[in-house]
Design a protein around this ligand. Structure first.
Ligand SMILES: O=C(O)CCC(=O)C(=O)O
Ligand SMILES: [Fe+2]
Length: 359
């Protein structure tokens, strides 16, 4: 079972951003307007060393026979926590179909989408996740989140029957992404000189969830955020960006927000908190956020892949030594997931749950 908070949550009124946009607003409701310090400085990347940087690209078709590609994977995970994967083996028609049904879902009338409401304080269904108080700022985003874990059993109340082939497509897509995650974890293990099955064996029946984010055009993208800064609580995250979407994902590198330039047919992969802990901080779960665009909407389809909730985990002994003292405690992954989904998105704050401070 996915974690659910046990405390009552009052979130206040949450405007649906797609409905807001329909009224062609010239100003932004106060709850979406960020404090100065949080506002995205669009079009003004200030640090020369970061402004022309792009996240690394890993070619999965080469990795089996190429030490260079393994090195690239390792550097990406150490220095960026992010990379784009090309030649990933997932049928491009399937990616296109997934994008199509995701977009069709968001284009349904509000009443239709509201048949799958996200209960306050939970992260499944349609709405805004990670809102826990009436005064919390809101993201300029609509989300539709589904657990597909671990046996791909559908909750009929949460899975739409429209668009017609929604659930079938999500099932097929999720199985393919699962294979990709297992494959990537194998090469991540190899890049760390660990047994290639170490993560697979440790994770048990891995948990998987898919979240589809839709960011409508916004009249004042300089005042709002599409998605608040956060790291992911997963082991790995796979992100598909809609074709023709605006550039929206940004990652924090050397204190500068670096935009991720989409590569056609590539998938964006990022290291989640679980791998950061298991590798004792060698591979990083990097803070990221989404920004909006004045004229273009954006779609992202995000899969989170994580260990089974029963698993106990902590830094792997192979990655702890005198020079790399243990940075995280051992904990139960279900407890961490509960902690993650019952707190607002706030940079890397959630990982403090596991940090050991006295070394
Ligand atoms: O839409 C994006 O590019 C970011 C999505 C994301 O970070 C998430 O859903 O965790
Ligand atoms: Fe994320």
């Amino acid at each position: 079972m996915a974690p659910v908070p046990s405390f009552p949550v009052k979130v206040g009124h949450i405007d649906d951003v797609q409905e807001l946009k329909k009224n062609k607003p010239t100003s932004i409701p106060e709850r979406f307007v960020r404090d100065m310090i949080e506002r995205p400085k669009l079009g003004t990347v200030t640090t020369p060393s970061s402004c022309n940087l792009n996240i690394p690209v890993v070619d999965l078709s080469k990795i089996m026979n190429s030490q260079d590609e393994i090195m690239k994977l390792s550097t990406s995970c150490e220095e960026w926590g992010f990379f784009q994967v090309i030649n990933h083996g997932i049928d491009l028609d399937l990616l296109e179909k997934m994008e199509k049904i995701a977009m069709e879902f968001f284009m349904l009338p509000l009443e239709e989408k509201q048949k799958y409401p996200m209960a306050p304080g939970t992260v499944q269904g349609y709405g805004q996740a990670f809102v826990f108080s009436e005064d919390q700022k809101l993201d300029w985003c609509n989300m539709f989140a589904l657990g597909v874990e671990p046996h791909f059993i559908r909750n009929p109340k949460l899975w739409p029957t429209k668009p017609l082939d929604f659930s079938e497509t999500v099932d097929i897509y999720s199985r393919e992404i699962r294979k990709l995650c297992k494959n990537l974890l194998k090469y991540i293990a190899i890049s760390l000189e660990l047994n290639e099955d170490i993560f697979e064996e440790m994770f048990g029946l891995a948990v998987q969830a898919v979240r589809i984010n839709y960011y409508p055009e916004c009249p004042r993208p300089d005042l709002v955020l599409g998605l608040s800064p956060h790291s992911d609580g997963s082991a790995l995250t796979v992100l598909q960006q809609g074709k023709g979407s605006s550039v929206g994902l940004q990652i924090l590198k050397d204190n500068v927000w670096v935009p991720v330039q989409p590569i056609p047919n590539a998938l964006v992969i990022n290291i989640g908190d679980t791998i950061e802990v298991l590798t004792n901080g060698r591979y990083k779960s990097v803070e990221h956020r989404a920004v909006t665009h004045q004229e273009k909407d954006r779609l992202s389809i995000v899969t989170f892949y994580a260990p089974s909730y029963e698993i106990e985990l902590g830094p792997l002994p192979e990655l702890v030594d005198e020079n790399n003292p243990c940075k995280y405690k051992r904990y139960n992954h279900g407890d961490y997931s509960m902690h993650y989904v019952t707190n607002k998105l706030q940079g890397k704050k959630t990982l403090e749950f596991a940090k050991i401070y006295n070394n």
